[in-house]
Design a protein around this ligand. Structure first.
Ligand code: SDX
Length: 429
């Protein structure tokens, strides 16, 4: 544990900055007065060494591969809890009593329908639009509908907006899927649990009764839990930065959806399954391992590596176990893609390139295998990630809005453009 000040020697002067300690994890050097004292900025593109806020929601220890939601480990929550219980935990900080969970479940259930006019937005998209393009647009469009829950200075309105987004994202994502396959939208049903309701809205058709497979529903619920929050990742930081200007809450979550779409972030689950299919068979793995190591080849092992985890992503471990269980129960345990994934992981984790760089499978490496077995097209994978992460974005947004120290986020830069110069008339150029 460091002492409580950091000293900076600069130009013959020594400056002192407080070192702040959290409950667990790295201490931080509070440099808020650095510019005022020294006239210098810090420089940290990609924020590899920057804590942008303090938070009490999610803790990650990347060295040991630990992930805690409000202090509870992800493997215990994945095994013993449910997604809605995890939503309650992330939002309010404690596991709910039976009555609290029933009330929360009821509040979410009664907000699952979207305004009927929102159906018209879908008609405006091409049928082959990527579901994430649709979800980004429709979530942003929620800002045009729910005027009674956009005054962010009112805690009650913040709460209603939060419940609406957690409740409606599955409906919006399921509608994007239905639109892409040319089937009619299926309304949510209040007699189904959260995961079953999502599966029913995706796979039911008017022509016949659709029975949700309880094994699949449990796997779906666990996938939601594994993706629910993850500290200050790129999309969460996007939501916080958007929210720091007191922007409309629905617009802030839409910004998070947009950021998550990138293949370096949440889009990696779609890219990982497409990569495993491109590899196709175990004997082609060495060819792709070499490509991933070749600096002249833009190819990377999708679903591998992480900014924080320098050990096995604990979510990937649970996801791999769940993949084996679900595929076995569905009678597709000899799924060739799972075999390629497991062989690829084994070979990569024995290769010095990956070992030296501490590159391990992350949450996106196995999730697509389960989603594919359930029947989703790869284009739906990131939309399902967005649905799952909505509660994390909202919990982090609520924490920021309620923070008495809240300030608009406004980073500076190291400028290396032209110094001041006079305008040159066209005739003199
Ligand atoms: C998510 O932040 C979060 O918490 C995100 C997330 C969440 O829940 O919100 O966990 C979800 O986004 C998981 C990550 C999904 N993305 C991928 O699987 C895409 C593939 N992975 C990478 O692009 C990469 O690992 C990142 C983006 C995830 C992390 O990149 P960093 O931390 O900026 O690391 P880097 O790019 O500087 O890589 C360090 C070294 C480099 O080699 P050298 O320059 O040192 O020689 O490792 C290499 C990289 O070339 N490397 C890889 C690699 N990932 C890193 N080489 C091959 N394949 C890879 N996947």
């Amino acid at each position: 544990m460091s002492d409580n000040t950091a000293k900076l020697s600069l130009g013959g002067e020594t400056y002192e900055f407080p070192v702040l300690a959290g409950t667990v994890g790295p201490d931080v050097i509070d440099i808020r007065s650095l510019y005022a004292k020294t006239g210098l900025f810090t420089y940290d593109p990609g924020f590899t060494s920057t804590a942008a806020c303090d938070s009490a929601i999610t803790y990650i220890d990347g060295d040991v591969g630990e992930l805690l939601y409000r202090g509870y480990s992800i493997d215990q929550l994945a095994e013993k809890s449910s997604y809605l219980e995890v939503c309650y935990l992330l939002l309010y900080g404690e596991l709910p009593s039976k009555a609290e969970l029933a009330d929360f479940d009821n509040r979410v259930t009664r907000h699952t329908m979207v305004h009927e006019q929102m159906h018209y937005f879908y008609r405006g998209f091409r049928r082959d639009a990527h579901p994430m393009a649709i979800v980004t647009g429709v979530v942003g469009a929620m800002a045009a509908f729910y005027h009674d829950s956009t005054d962010i200075s009112d805690p009650q309105q913040r709460e209603i907006a939060s419940i609406r987004m957690i409740a409606k994202l599955p409906t919006i994502v399921a509608m994007a899927y239905k639109y892409s396959v040319g089937q009619p939208f299926v309304y949510p049903r209040n007699d189904l649990d959260y995961a079953s309701n999502f599966l029913h809205m995706c796979f039911a058709v008017p022509a016949e009764e659709y029975q949700v497979n309880p094994i699949v529903a449990k796997a779906m619920d666990r996938i939601f839990t594994l993706h629910a929050d993850h500290e200050q990742n790129a999309s969460t930081s996007t939501v916080r930065l958007s929210g720091s200007s007191d922007a409309n809450p629905f617009a802030c979550i839409a910004a998070g959806v947009a950021c998550l779409w990138g293949p370096a972030h949440g889009g990696a689950n779609e890219a990982a399954l497409n990569m495993l299919r491109q590899i196709g068979t175990v004997d082609r793995i060495p060819e792709f391992i070499e490509r991933a190591k070749d600096k002249n080849d833009p190819f990377r092992l999708m679903g591998f590596g992480h900014r924080v985890y320098k050990n096995y992503d604990p979510r990937a471990a649970v996801m791999q176990e769940s993949a084996r269980e679900v595929l076995g129960l569905l009678g597709v345990e000899n799924n060739p893609t799972l075999q390629v994934a497991q062989a690829l992981e084994k070979i990569a984790l024995e290769d010095p390139y990956f070992v030296e760089r501490k590159l391990y499978p992350n949450v996106d490496f196995y999730s697509g295998i389960i989603l594919d077995a359930i029947g989703f097209p790869t284009s739906m994978f990131t939309a399902i990630f967005a649905l799952s992460r909505t509660v994390g974005w909202i919990a982090q947004w609520k924490e920021m809005i309620a923070d008495p120290q809240k300030k608009i986020g406004r980073p500076r830069q190291l400028y290396n453009g032209p110094v001041r110069r006079e305008y040159v008339a066209m005739g003199d150029r």
